[in-house]
Structure formats: structure tokens, C-alpha cells
Ligand binder design. Sequence first.
Ligand code: SAM
Length: 230
Amino acid sequence: MHAQEGAEFRPKIHGRRTGRKLRPGQQQLMDVLLPRLAVAAEKPVDLKALFPERPEAIWLEVGFGGGEHLADQATAHPTTGLIGCEVFRNGIASLLGHIEKRHLGNVRICTEDARMLLDALPAASLSRVFLLFLDPWPKKRHSGRRFINTESLNRLAMLMKPGAELRIASDDPVHIAWALAHASNHPAFSWTARTAADWCVRPQDWPATRYEQKAVAAGRQPMFFRFLRR
Ligand SMILES: C[S@@+](CC[C@H](N)C(=O)[O-])C[C@H]1O[C@@H](n2cnc3c(N)ncnc32)[C@H](O)[C@@H]1O
């Protein structure tokens, strides 16, 4: 179901929305800065209005966590517009802190479930999409909760321009096999890897996320996948 159809589609969120109480400075950012950067997913998103400065490209990060990767990409690519989508309040507050500290003018934030945002974005509008360490839901009975599935990949295929890049990372073997099978079997995406180094080593232009650092500290091996929209 798409926002364009005017329906009130609110998928069930399985992860946490809230954590520890925000500090007063973070609450202030949520009250004052967030409304200026917010992307409403209930209706079709007008990218020209969202980014009046007309960025060269629009990139999307789903589930940005604390926003370290998104803020680093926005800093490294000032002429790109980045949309981050995250439902966890403390993560949103963390990204707002990075935006304020670094004076980033090219980031917008959607605080709704990413599936709603995918329905609201215009076709062929995205040049890069990041799905980094999304909740793996490794138990078979929870597999329906995984964000990566045929439906979301179909939708991303519509939203991504030809040649656009889809980056996926995970440290969970069950989720890695699942994501790889879904993306590499999808007719709209081709996997760029040629050698094992292509998925075992994080590329230089791909900053580490907080979750990746935790995974490595715990002895887990993250994997990094790049697909191109055909
Ligand atoms: C395991 S954390 C990883 C965070 C970050 N990408 C990192 O690597 O540090 C997954 C994040 O995805 C967010 N998330 C999961 N499903 C989501 C959805 N459907 N829409 C938006 N955010 C989602 C969660 O709230 C959580 O913060």
C-alpha cells in the first residue's frame, strides 16, 4: 500500500522506540532542530521542497542508529542530500547532536518506520541506499520482521536510479545469508563483489557504524555488500 493512495499505513514496529531519558540539550534539539529537518512519510515527499538547494544526488540511510555513519557521509559529501530514517529517539537525538556540532545543512530525518518512507519517496530519486547492521532477527519465527525482504527490495528497485548503489552490512550469519540471497536473487540488483576482500573488508569511503565497532569488539566478523541497481 502506498502513501500516494492516501491510506493510513502504519506498520508495526518491532524494535525499541525509546531508551534512557534524553539530556536537556538533546531534548532541546528534538524540540527545535528536528521539526526543521523532519521528513513526513504520511504523504508523498516533495524532494525539491525538502532540499531547496538542489543537491547533486539524494542518498538514504535506513536505521542510522546513533547517526555516526550518516554524519560522516554528509560531511564528506556536502553537495549530496542525505535522508536518514530511524525510529529510536535516542539515536535521532544523537544524529541531531552531530548535525549541530558539524553545521550540516544537507541532512533530513524521517522518524517514521522506513517502510512508510519508502512508500512516500518518488520513483528513481535515490542514488545510494545504506542498510547497515539492521536488526537481524536471527530466529526463524521472527524472519518476517527483517527489513530486507522481497517487498522492500522491490520498492527500493523502484526508488533507485539505474546504476545507484545499495550498501548492506551485517555481522549475523543468519541475516547475512538471508540478505545476500534476497538481494543477489533480485532481478533489479547485481552484486559487485569479485573476491572475498570485497565483502570482508570495509571500503575506505564507508565509515564504521557504532554497531560495527561493537560487533568487532565482541569478535564477530562484519560483512559488507555492494549491489548496483541495474
Ligand atoms: C542494530 S541497530 C544498527 C544501527 C546502525 N545502523 C549501526 O550500524 O550502528 C538497527 C537500527 O535500525 C532501526 N530500525 C529497525 N527497523 C527500522 C525501520 N523499519 N525503520 C527505521 N528504523 C529502523 C532500529 O531502531 C535500530 O536503531
